[in-house]
Design a binder for this molecule. Sequence first.
Ligand code: HEC
Length: 203
Amino acid sequence: MRTFLLLLACLVFAIVSVTGFRGTMTTRNPIEIFPDMVRQAKVKEQASSFFFPDQRASRYPVSGTVSRGDAVDDPYRNTGMIGDHWGEGIPIALTAETLRSGKERFGIFCTACHGATGSGNGIATQYGLVGVPNYHAEHARQMPDGQIFYVITHGQGLMLGYGANLSVEERWAIVAYIRALQLSQSATLADVPIAERQQLEGK
Ligand code: HEC
């Protein structure tokens, strides 16, 4: 009996010395059967790191990635809204390159539903997608630039948003391209440069 009590005391002492008293605080790491992700090899921002040749922990974004938020602090450019109204105007440089980029992105992200000319007859409509609007309808023609930007960013009804897939510039380039598509279906003789106008009139 004495031996048993002695062994029991030793056992209790051993357990308490390893695990501690209940409620005792410790600064040591807990025993981890599977390693916690809290402790892992990582670098902190603004710190140095010997992992990279230039020894900086902060890296530039990988080229081709889409930044969330935008370096340009212009609320209209980033949201399409001025206060609580849709804005008008395309706040990026309107060049042939912009339209080319808009056309390319439109082809990748939008034609499946909206169709190559934006008349709402993309391939998905042949498989039963209903309610794709026609950009050449009065409603879409009157839609402010900012609202189109907003719809591309956040989606509308059945359409998903593409804010995570397209940079701010790419979205505005698509807005510009949609405007070009609309003009392509609704231009009047007055929109044609004089030289070509005379040719069209057969003069
Ligand atoms: C999966 C199909 C699909 C894709 C892809 C898609 N849309 Fe849409 N889009 C729709 C549908 C459906 C609506 C109508 C939503 C509603 O109001 O219910 C719509 C609405 C819109 C509207 C509003 C037009 C109006 O008259 O109300 C705009 C602008 C628009 N889309 C632009 C785009 C652009 C730009 C892209 C590519 C970045 C795109 N959409 C990609 C299906 C799509």
